[in-house]
Design a protein around this ligand. Structure first.
Ligand SMILES: [Zn+2]
Length: 428
């Protein structure tokens, strides 16, 4: 026997008081009858109850006739034959949980999903159902008021049933950990929303032009420069048919500094992409703006790498062309290169960024400086130092806020004419 007496009498007690379709009754007893669908489980329970009620009627039980009337009202089709014979025709009520909509709804949800995912490139998927729908709450209310503690929720049934059909119809593979496609069912709205997993690309950018910012400057400060690296890489959005691209970078250089060598490490995050398999070379080309901004890509990566990229600082090598008021001698250059060897430099937040950064003192190391005279007043320096060191202030001293500085060592006012990042050690 499939069901024990306790289960049957519990199911009968519920059916005497609540109209439930086969599926919604079956879900309440989902821990019994492995391998059965909820609809079959519910119908079987109703069948057993109908047979038992018939037996009681035949043995002259008057209460059984009253029960039959209510069962025919609440239990639907299974009780109709019996009702016709003993109590007359009864028009069954609709299911209190789903309003007899579940079968139709399932088909509609699957159809809507198919329509919405057609044209999206993906291999794996998962189905989710929003929590707290009216159907879910009604079901829970009935279950708990009859002391049922483990039932299959409507959310689980829908996830499973929609998932099974999508898998069979599309060939997509379910992936519960990291799916490319997330199908979200909203039961109250009766609709489906599709989210796709972001794509992360790791690489770098090289900036051969000056007066190009890393990010677009929007907001209070307005637009100070004509172009940005961000705008250049935004051009890859259309290839992925994505919503947007987020540029995550390991630090940033000043707008007037070039970023040379292998470039600055970045991760590009494409949100809600509809396409996934695109040649990296093709993306590099579309995200570059020659001759000023070049995008280089290494490959696909994961979201966990973003935090790592942004939190690690790397040593850098800079090239600076300086103008020294009153001129600079070979001696002056030697004094600077001798001083700045493996030396700690203390920097108070530069006055030029004080508006947006907290005023504090930081210590950064300068490892090595090589210098050469270009003309009487101009000299070039190659500086190897910690990431996060403000190089312009290392040169001009920022009125003593950076100490020591090139300026303080030779006791002359020095300004930076050109600044290039030659090497970011996060890039090989
Ligand atoms: Zn139902």
């Amino acid at each position: 026997m499939l069901f024990d007496e306790k289960t049957v009498s519990k199911a009968k007690e519920i059916l005497l008081n609540h109209a439930l379709c086969d599926r919604c009754l079956g879900r309440l007893f989902a821990s019994y009858g492995l391998g059965l669908s909820n609809a079959l489980r519910g119908k079987s329970l109703k069948t057993v109850i109908a047979m038992e009620t018939h037996k009681r009627i035949m043995s002259g039980d008057e209460q059984a006739l009253k029960d039959l009337e209510r069962l025919a009202l609440n239990g639907g089709e299974v009780f109709q034959g019996l009702a016709n014979q003993y109590v007359g025709k009864v028009k069954p009520k609709k299911c209190e949980v789903c309003g007899d909509t579940l079968d139709g709804l399932l088909g509609e949800l699957v159809l809507e999903t198919l329509k919405k995912i057609s044209g999206i490139e993906a291999r794996t998927f998962i189905v989710g159902v929003k929590k707290g729908s009216k159907l879910e709450l009604k079901e829970k209310q009935i279950a708990l008021s009859y002391g049922i503690t483990s039932w299959e929720s409507i959310r689980r049934e829908l996830k499973r049933e929609v998932g099974k059909r999508i898998q069979a119809l599309t060939g997509l593979t379910p992936d519960f950990k990291d799916p490319e496609l997330i199908i979200v069912i909203d039961l109250d709205q009766g609709n489906v929303k599709i989210n796709t997993k972001p794509i992360y690309l790791s690489g770098s950018y090289v900036k051969l032009g000056r007066y190009i910012t890393q990010m677009k400057w929007i907001g209070k400060e307005g637009r100070n420069y004509k172009y940005s690296v961000e705008e250049s890489v935004e051009k890859i959005i259309s290839a992925f048919r994505a919503n947007e691209v987020v540029l995550h970078a390991s630090g940033r250089e000043d707008a007037d500094a070039r970023m040379l060598g292998s470039g600055r490490p970045i991760i590009l995050e494409l949100k809600e992409p509809l396409r996934r398999s695109i040649e990296l070379r093709e993306i590099e080309a579309s995200g570059s703006s020659p001759p000023w901004v070049l995008l280089r890509l290494q490959g696909f990566t994961t979201s966990s790498r973003v935090r790592e990229l942004k939190s690690t600082t790397h040593r850098k090598t800079y090239r600076v062309i300086t103008y020294v008021e009153g001129g600079i001698s070979e001696d002056g250059i030697k004094k600077i290169t001798d001083t700045f060897k493996e030396i700690e430099v203390s920097q108070r937040t530069p006055s030029r960024v004080l508006r947006r950064r907290a005023d504090l003192v930081r210590t950064r190391k300068v490892y090595d400086v090589v210098g050469q005279q270009i003309s009487k007043e101009m000299a070039e320096f190659i500086i190897k130092c910690d990431g996060g060191l403000y190089v312009k202030e290392l040169i001009n001293g920022d009125n003593g806020r950076t100490n020591p500085s090139f300026s303080s060592v030779i006791e002359k006012s020095i300004s930076v004419l050109f600044l290039d990042v030659l090497k970011h050690e996060g890039m090989e």
